[in-house]
Structures are given as C-alpha cells and as structure tokens.
Design a protein around this ligand. Structure first.
Ligand code: NDP
Ligand SMILES: O=C(O)C1=N[C@H](C(=O)O)C[C@H](O)C1
Length: 246
C-alpha cells in the first residue's frame, strides 16, 4: 500500500483550487489524483482518500453527500455553512462511521488566531464590531470568517452572562450599521486589490482594541489546508474550524 495520501480537489480551476492543486502536487506525502471543476463528473475523485472542496455554497453539500457515502474524508474551505448544513453533515456522517470532515471558515493560521483572540477579548468590552474586506469577485457577504467570528464572540458573551451591546442607533439608513449576526454588527467591504482581511474592533470606557488579520496572498491558506488533509483521516466525524488541529 502506498504511503502517500491520494487527494482530489473540487473547484480545481478556481482561485483557491488552483493554489491547492499546486500545494498538494508539491507535497511529498500527498498525491494529486483528481482535479474537478464545475460541470465535470465526480467519478475520478473516487480514487481519493481525501477530497478538498473550494467550490460554492450551492455546490458543496452535494459534493459532501457523494464523498461521505463513499467513505472519502473531506477538507472543506467553501463558505456559506449554517447550523442546518452542519446538522445535515452530522446525520450523513452518522451513517458512515470513521469518515472525517473538517470545515474551516479560514485556513490562515493568523486568521485562526485572530478569531481565538477575539473570542478571548469578547467578555471585557461592551462594544464589538467586525469589518471584513475582500476581493470583489467573492460571491457571499458577510464572509464565512466574519460569521464564525461573530458566533464565537456571541458565545463567549453569553457564557459570561453579558447583556446586548449598548450601541443601537435611533435613526439610520438601511445597511449603515452593517448586518446583525448573533447580536454582533458585521460590515463587509469589497474592493479591487484586496484579498481577504478582517478587523475586530472592541470598545470599552476610554479605550479601544483592534485585532486585524490580512491574507495578502492565497498561499497564506495552504499550510492550514495541508495540515487538515493530513489530519482528517484520524478525525472521524465533523470538525468545525482549524483551531482543534493547532
Ligand atoms: N476557508 C478558507 O480559508 C477559504 C475559503 N474560501 C472560500 O472558498 C470558496 C471558493 O473560493 P474561490 O476559489 O475564491 O472561488 P472561485 O469562484 O475562484 O472558485 C470556485 C470554483 O469551483 C467551481 N465549481 C462550482 N461548482 C462546482 C462543482 N459542483 N464541482 C466542482 N467545482 C465547482 C467553479 O467553477 P465555475 O467558476 O465554472 O462556476 C470555480 O472554478 C468560496 O466559498 C470562498 O469563500 C476562499 C478562500 C479561503
Ligand atoms: O472568498 C474568499 O476569498 C475567502 N473566503 C473565506 C470566507 O468567506 O471567510 C475565507 C477568506 O476570508 C477568503
């Protein structure tokens, strides 16, 4: 039996998929066995032990239904995951014991730390808002990273028994205060030249704290993706976020 891990990449011709194919191809312990993009059959990916999905929120669940049913582990970077989608994944995984799926809103190690630091700071500041900035070809807003960060912050505040933030405005144009994700305001900027950036702004009496992360190149996501590919066969069930692997 080969000691390399056969890997299939879904969304292989996209911005992230192209980078993942390069990174997998360059890793001595991994073997790129399938590169699949929109409209192509998934069959070649049946040769994979692990698939990596960077497709679209509309396509990813069907890909995972297919791979889990075949006992193929999955590393997923595609955004758009909701509690309903996670529940669906858990139900499919219950029928395929031993199969692992890692869904990470952000594979950048710095971004994972930014989210951890934000959750840690959440209980000490009465006001918190998130500003995410991305390239203009991103399909979704707010980003998966911003949604995940907001949920982590909300959970930390609930655990600390904190009241809602005191920052409601009386008179505002729709959208001026961003969107509410679990009680946290999230603002999304799209501009040519950007890749993926996020600031979490905390406010308390007489002080502010800003935690900022910048992905300046998609290469920033590759160490996290490769880590997940190597780890997923030994992590059955659903893992959300990269933090448990670090
Ligand atoms: N977790 C993380 O760290 C990161 C996550 N992302 C997320 O990854 C996803 C992809 O981002 P990005 O690479 O920029 O997007 P792209 O649009 O560049 O790439 C997506 C690719 O998937 C293809 N595709 C669509 N449907 C299918 C399908 N059913 N099977 C196989 N391929 C399909 C698309 O083809 P076509 O264009 O022909 O439709 C396209 O080539 C997004 O959700 C993004 O938010 C991005 C960066 C980092
Ligand atoms: O589409 C992107 O580019 C990115 N998507 C992910 C997200 O939605 O958070 C991760 C990163 O922000 C880049």
């Amino acid at each position: 039996m080969s000691d390399t891990i056969p890997v299939g990449v879904l969304g292989a011709h996209g911005r992230m998929g192209t980078e993942v194919c390069k990174a997998v191809g360059a890793a001595a312990d991994l073997e790129l066995v399938a590169q699949i993009d929109a409209g192509e059959p998934l069959d070649p990916a049946a040769a994979a032990r692990v698939i990596v999905d960077f497709t679209t929120p509309d396509a990813v669940m069907e890909n995972l239904r297919w791979s889990i049913a075949r006992g193929i582990h999955a590393v997923v970077g595609t955004s758009g995951f909701t509690e309903e989608k996670f529940a669906q994944l858990r139900s499919w995984l219950a029928d395929s014991p031993g199969v692992g799926v890692i869904v990470a809103p952000n594979f950048g190690i710095g971004a994972v730390l930014m989210m951890e630091f934000a959750a840690r700071a959440a209980r000490y500041f009465e006001s918190i808002e998130i500003i995410e900035q991305h390239h203009p070809r991103k399909l979704d807003a707010p980003s998966g990273t911003a949604m995940h960060t907001a949920r982590l912050i909300a959970a930390a505040r609930a655990e600390a028994g904190l009241p809602p933030m005191p920052d409601a405005t009386k008179d505002e144009l729709p959208g001026a205060r961003g969107t509410d994700v679990d009680g946290v305001r999230v603002h999304a900027i799209r501009a040519t030249g950007l890749v993926a950036h996020q600031e979490v702004v905390f406010g308390a009496l007489g002080e502010t704290l800003t935690i900022r992360h910048d992905s300046l190149d998609r290469a920033s996501f590759m160490p996290g993706v490769l880590l997940a590919v190597r780890e997923v066969p030994s992590r059955p069930g659903l893992t959300v976020g990269l933090a448990p692997l670090l």
